[in-house]
Design a protein around this ligand. Structure first.
Ligand code: NDP
Length: 253
């Protein structure tokens, strides 16, 4: 690979910059997909195809760059590879087939922006864990690694449990919205986003790298405003929406 640590650092800072820009944009403009899909965003494609295309770069780009790293066969990088792919293989090839979208579309623009971010993000993280970062066997007993992995898998559990609750609200062929109940929906409107945030916070702690931190901050910048928007949407749509439920963080936001 002809890249250098300087090029890698540049892309890491680019992701921090993208997080700031994304935050400002999504505070004012809600990303037009799912319940917030609207006309006027140019050509669109079926939502299921969109999800598969959007989430494939993190699987392939990550694996490609990982495979070129000097430490690709070492234990800790291999564990990180497993963590990453256990999230993204599910998100790209299992989740889209479980959802009940009923003919819903996604703008090509949303897909393209996600592909750009996902590819750059996969590059910085894969390249760090298998090439620029150095993780000896001692890292396996480091508290940062242990806490990070526990937070990652706790987030994955919350994310999948919450997504499954949403998916099961619809019978096959249905496309409407209902009030989700159970799991962490007792406390917040978007526990799936909370779980996602915890996953990448755990990743940032376990890898202890700027690349991981950039991804965690980007995820928060992208999903926190959407959680607030979804929460308001539920309150407007359902007069009997649970009053004490918050948007994203139990008892806080
Ligand atoms: P949503 O919660 O908006 O929707 C998830 C699925 O559930 C969709 O199929 C949706 O249908 C359906 N659904 C949602 N609410 C209801 C309801 N009240 N009643 C019935 N069905 C419902 O999540 P997103 O689509 O935004 O995200 C999906 C996953 O991807 C999440 O786990 C999220 O964490 C992750 N993600 C991660 C991002 C990141 O930056 N890392 C960015 C975006 C998503 P419909 O599509 O028809 O609305």
């Amino acid at each position: 690979m002809p890249d250098t640590l300087e090029i890698h650092s540049l892309v890491v800072w680019l992701i921090f910059g993208m997080a700031a820009v994304t935050f400002v944009m999504v505070v004012f403009i809600t990303a037009p997909y799912g319940r917030h899909m609207s006309e006027g965003w140019g050509p669109s494609l079926p939502a299921r195809a969109g999800w598969i295309l959007m989430e494939t770069p993190p699987v392939l780009v990550f694996f490609g760059f990982y495979s070129m790293g000097q430490f690709r066969a070492e234990t800790v990088p291999l564990i990180f590879l497993f963590l990453w792919q256990s999230h993204y293989i599910y998100r790209a090839y299992v989740f889209p087939f479980k959802t009940r979208h009923s003919g819903k579309e996604m703008p090509v623009l949303v897909l393209l922006l996600a592909v750009i971010f996902n590819s750059l993000n996969a590059y910085i993280n894969a390249r760090w864990i298998s090439h620029f970062g150095q993780y000896s066997m001692d890292w396996l007993t480091d508290p940062r690694f242990i806490i990070g992995v526990v937070v990652f898998f706790s987030g994955m559990f919350i994310n999948r449990q919450s997504d499954n609750i949403l998916i099961n609200l619809r019978k096959p062929g249905e496309s409407g919205y209902k009030i989700p109940k159970g799991g962490l929906y007792r406390f917040v409107s978007c526990p799936n986003y909370l779980g996602e945030l915890l996953e990448w916070l755990g990743w940032a702690i376990a890898t202890w790298a700027l690349a991981g931190l950039a991804f965690a901050i980007y995820t928060a910048a992208n999903l926190a405003p959407r959680a607030v928007t979804n929460h308001k949407w539920y309150q407007d749509k359902f007069p009997d929406y649970p009053e004490k439920r918050r948007a994203l963080i139990p008892f806080v936001i």
